[in-house]
Ligand binder design. Structure first.
Ligand SMILES: [Fe+2]
Ligand SMILES: [Fe+2]
Length: 407
């Protein structure tokens, strides 16, 4: 990132804080709020510049843009705390955002108690959260931009909201740190290489899979640490990495080991590799896809399998999983196959992880509700699109994670 870009992003973050604070302390139509949001908006347009979007990712206490952390400053940590306390750990603001959209986003964020936000209400803003939706103690406590003047009732409500969230807290904070950010960088490079020259560095993929297996063995609660990066590029490595972690966790719960376990990890990591052949504007399209675009998307299992078939060092299982992961247990998905086709159980595991990760990225709910809704939906799909035995295994796994137990 060039120094000019860094400076304008810093200016935006600095200007965004008073906008949040004023909207939080007063009302969105208060003169102070209106004026500070206007200033923040001007800086935001400058920060987006000619780019398609401004992607902000919050890792620990840092804001990371395109894998480059910004220098620390007091306002950056307050900015991060504000968003993390609302369960938001990445934010991507797209070219074309209007002042009205930014104002309404800020209004939604600053209502008290903490909001449940529909991700689809803001066409130019994408955001999401890390992990299974459980916060660390620090995160649950943090998050007010400037300590606002509140009525006693307001404070009691806020406190109740925090207490409710704390009841569901996993003891995960420190396990999360065990995931190597180098692995993320490595996978990002793997996907970049695949996209640019269709190269597939199998040694790097295997290293990441081995690291993930080790991390799961050491402390099970590290699952999904990778999720926030999804926003950097909807179709690339982050979703795949989540699916890899979840599928490995399923396999390990079934006592699968050694070579097969590694093959499952590689296969899950590469399940969506066929998407490198789909135009980015289709993959990243905001809003509904038309028939032609949908047909293009549906080709990615076949494209992926064809791509992997002659790649040295890639286990044959990866070809199968790439081809079958949207087929579904009841064969109602795609691609369509002959009646006597036998799906591989590893593809069905990947389907479950894929489905879970898709649900997780849809909306930001209050945390406890989120797992409940997901569990309910997966239970409904069990025996239809999802393998019932594997779904049961997955939900047990989820339950154990929620209680902070070993997988
Ligand atoms: Fe897929
Ligand atoms: Fe997928």
């Amino acid at each position: 990132m060039n120094p000019f870009k860094k400076a304008v992003v810093h200016n935006f973050l600095r200007a965004f804080l008073p906008a949040l604070t004023h909207a939080h302390q007063y009302t969105i139509s208060h003169q102070l709020a209106v004026s500070s949001i206007g200033i923040a908006y001007t800086h935001l347009l400058e920060a987006i510049g000619e780019d398609r979007a401004l992607p902000l990712l919050f890792i620990d206490d840092r804001v990371v843009i395109n894998r480059e952390p910004l220098e620390d400053s007091v306002y950056i940590s307050r900015f991060i705390n504000f968003f993390k306390s609302r369960g938001i750990q990445h934010l991507r603001i797209h070219q074309g955002i209007t002042l009205e959209e930014l104002t309404s986003f800020i209004e939604t964020l600053t209502v008290s108690p903490k909001p449940s936000i529909d991700n689809t209400l803001f066409p130019h803003i994408q955001f999401g959260k890390v992990g299974l939706g459980y916060k660390t103690n620090e995160e649950a406590d943090g998050g007010v931009v400037d300590e606002p003047v509140k009525s006693e009732t307001g404070m009691a409500e806020e406190k109740r909201a925090v207490d409710v969230e704390k009841q569901g807290i996993l003891q995960t904070a420190h396990h999360f740190k065990t995931i190597h950010t180098q692995d993320l960088d490595l996978m990002a490079d793997v996907y970049d290489a695949a996209k640019r020259n269709h190269d597939l560095p199998d040694r790097e993929i295997k290293r990441v899979v081995t690291d993930i297996i080790t991390a799961i063995k050491q402390g099970s609660s590290m699952l999904l640490t990778f999720s926030p990066l999804r926003v950097l590029d909807e179709y690339t490595f982050t979703h795949s990495t989540n699916v890899c972690i979840l599928t490995l966790a399923q396999a390990m719960a079934l006592k699968i080991k050694d070579e097969l376990l590694h093959a499952i990890g590689v296969a899950a990591m590469l399940h969506d590799i066929g998407k490198i052949f789909i135009p980015e504007e289709v993959l990243n399209k905001q809003g509904a896809l038309n028939d032609t675009e949908w047909e293009l998307i549906k080709r990615h299992p076949q494209k992926g399998a064809e791509y992997l078939i002659d790649k040295p060092g890639i286990p044959p299982l990866a070809i199968i999983v790439a081809y079958e992961h949207h087929m579904f247990y009841d064969y109602t998905g795609y691609p369509k196959v002959s009646n006597n086709w036998q799906q591989n159980i590893c593809s069905q595991m990947a389907t479950i992880s894929d489905y879970f990760d898709a649900l997780r990225s849809k909306r930001i709910y209050r945390d406890s509700m989120e797992i409940e809704i997901i569990t309910e939906q997966m239970t409904n799909m069990s025996g239809k699109t999802l393998n019932p035995f594997l779904t049961k295994n997955f939900l047990l796994l989820l339950n154990k994670l929620m209680q902070g137990l070993e997988i």
